[in-house]
Ligand binder design. Structure first.
Ligand code: ATP
Ligand code: MG
Ligand code: MG
Ligand code: MG
Length: 562
């Protein structure tokens, strides 16, 4: 394409509103423009790169056997009410009314829509398993939209949903998509880790995030320097094997209640009103030490309310170990005296501990999305705010290091949460109605694009990896007044186009300095400069990444552009 016709509004100055390199460079190099806070235009260069990321995602999702669909962004409130998320999503959910005063949401995610679709269109186990995906704008009224494309209010997501008859089938698909994600982020050239994650408001249990390692990431991950172990600091396994108990314990003692200020708080905590600023209680149940830890965000807001009703039970071997964990995390206020009230509390605690192993307490609050059919000897997760750098990795291999990460992807085993809420059933092999078991899988496509820039830039501008670059070759005519340069440039342009090379042709009447600056900013892998030696048939070839350059005869050019 001819640059003279293209909308590439490069900037000389760093835009004042942008702190991060990716944000600055995407603005400066003319890839994006902000329309409103967290809402962006993609200009021609931005759109081309976005499409490249999309296509990598699409190829790998297709290869994983998922089917591409497109679901509406405009979604009736009834669907969100049915799953309870009309309330629990709080202010993050964008809402509007139609002319008949009916409530709608703009899709923040599509579990509701896809579950309703499948409920209405599929009715037999014979069709299972299958996965649907789409690449589409999502809307979230983020409290702090920032960092350009990294945290937008309208952003591009690939979201996928899988439907199963059995948990084994879900596990298989989860693994297939997990591996597809690895390939996607590898093909994007990103330095990333797959980490164990918190299920947050999604209600899933088994879940991983894909984190691009970057100092500007908003998440902190803990990883082993010797093994594959990596976890979001919010959540990481401490100890496994909490056996499902069938009887109430014979004795229960509250050993420690870090950061509880009163017995009332302890009681409230145990009655699952976890909005108390409390994070943990240490029990001694029979001869075991048990830590009950609330999960989720530090921030208490509507969106995260769901988290506050979730807790984890962590069983630890020794009192000392348990105290270390508690102390490290919260700065214990010391044991609270066992008073009469505590007896009441203890009753609750007994019930809690028993019931939590089957997923719910007597009030019907779900603590964990535990699948009662499955063995409960799963790995338990505790708050990794306990864990320090240099600790032994929970898998026993290596020591823990911390790094910052940008969450570019997230995979969940949802279980039957959404299908239950929306009565989505099919006829199983025995001819009985059964609720779908589901998985869901997201990738922030626009966030991935920004992460690539975050990782691939230098002082002069963006340095695109070849597979992501908006063009492969930047052909620059240094002087459009020189006839032999125009002639050779035009000739090369056509040759490159004919041989299928994506080429951006700078045919503008600007000064050389302007052209070079823009070219460095835009970051196309190969730069071919037609200058003084045009009459001899020589051009200058410069590699954006290494900065190396050489004079090359035009007959030799093609074989250098690999
Ligand atoms: P975050 O923790 O950053 O708020 P999330 O956990 O809320 O993200 P998910 O619900 O897991 O996000 O959505 C799937 C993916 O969508 C995320 O892994 C991320 O890559 C992307 N994403 C989420 N929110 C945004 C946003 N505001 N802007 C750009 N991408 C986003
Ligand atoms: Mg979020
Ligand atoms: Mg997250
Ligand atoms: Mg997430």
């Amino acid at each position: 394409m001819r640059q003279s016709n293209l909308l590439i509004p490069t900037l000389r100055e760093v835009p004042a509103e942008a702190d991060l390199k990716s944000h600055q460079l995407l603005l400066k190099a003319g890839f994006i423009r902000q329309l409103a806070s967290g809402v962006y235009n993609f200009l021609p260069l931005g759109k081309r790169v976005l499409r490249k990321v999309e296509n990598i995602v699409r190829e790998e999702m297709d290869r994983a056997g998922a089917q591409e669909v497109q679901m509406p962004a405009l979604q009736p409130a009834e669907l969100w009410q049915a799953t309870g998320r009309w309330d629990t999503m709080g202010q993050e959910l964008m809402r509007l009314k139609d002319r008949h005063e009916r409530n709608f949401a703009l899709g923040a995610t599509h579990e509701e829509v896809v579950t309703a679709l499948v409920r209405d269109e599929v009715n037999s186990y014979k069709k299972l398993p299958f996965s649907l995906y789409q690449i589409q704008a999502k809307y979230r009224d983020e409290k702090r939209p920032r960092f350009g494309l990294l945290r937008g209010r309208e952003f591009l997501m690939k979201d996928a949903y899988s439907f199963h008859e059995t948990y084994e089938s879900l596990d298989e698909t989860y693994d297939v998509i997990f591996n597809a994600y690895k390939r996607i982020f590898e093909r994007c050239g990103l330095n990333f880790r797959a980490v164990i994650a918190d299920s947050g408001a999604m209600g899933g249990k088994d879940t991983h995030e894909f984190m691009v390692l970057s100092d500007v990431g908003e998440d902190i991950i803990a990883y082993s320097n010797e093994s594959d172990f990596a976890a979001n600091i919010e959540m990481a396994p401490v100890v496994s094997n909490y056996e499902k108990s069938t009887e109430a314990p014979k004795s229960l003692e509250i050993v420690e209640t870090p950061n509880a200020k009163s017995m009332q708080e302890v009681a409230d905590f145990l009655k699952h009103d976890l909005n108390q600023g409390m994070k943990a209680i240490m029990f001694k149940v029979d001869e075991k030490f048990v830590l009950v830890v609330t999960r989720g965000d530090h921030e208490v807001n509507d969106v995260k309310l769901k988290n506050l009703y979730e807790a984890d039970i962590v069983e630890l071997a020794t009192e000392q170990e348990t105290k270390e964990v508690v102390g490290a995390g919260f700065g214990s206020l010391g044991p609270i005296n066992v008073s009469e009230d505590v007896e009441v509390v203890a009753d609750h605690a007994v019930q809690y501990l028993v019931n939590a192993t089957c997923g719910a307490n007597e009030d019907g609050h779900h603590f964990k999305n535990v699948n009662p059919e499955r063995d409960f000897t799963v790995t338990q997760y505790a708050d990794l705010r306990f864990i320090q750098e240099g600790d032994l990795s929970p898998d026993g291999k290596g020591t823990i290091e911390f790094a910052r990460g940008i969450e570019v992807g997230h995979v969940f085993k949802l279980g039957t949460k959404y299908a239950d809420a929306l009565n989505a059933t099919f006829l199983n092999k025995e001819g009985r109605a059964q609720t779908y078991i589901m998985g869901c899988y997201g990738i922030g496509v626009s966030r991935t694009l920004a992460s690539i820039v975050e990782q691939y830039h230098d002082e002069q501008g963006i340095v695109w990896p070849k597979d992501l670059a908006p063009f492969q070759v930047h052909l620059i005519n240094l002087n459009v007044k020189k006839e032999e340069q125009v002639e050779l440039s035009d000739q090369l342009y056509n040759q490159l186009l004919n041989s299928g090379v994506d080429v951006l042709y700078d045919d503008r009447p600007d000064r050389a300095g302007v052209k070079f600056n823009d070219s460095d900013l835009i970051g196309i892998p190969y730069r071919v400069v037609v200058g003084k030696r045009a009459s001899e048939g020589y051009v200058e070839l410069k590699y954006r990444e290494s900065g190396e350059q050489e004079d090359i005869h035009i007959d030799e050019l093609q074989k250098h552009l690999k």
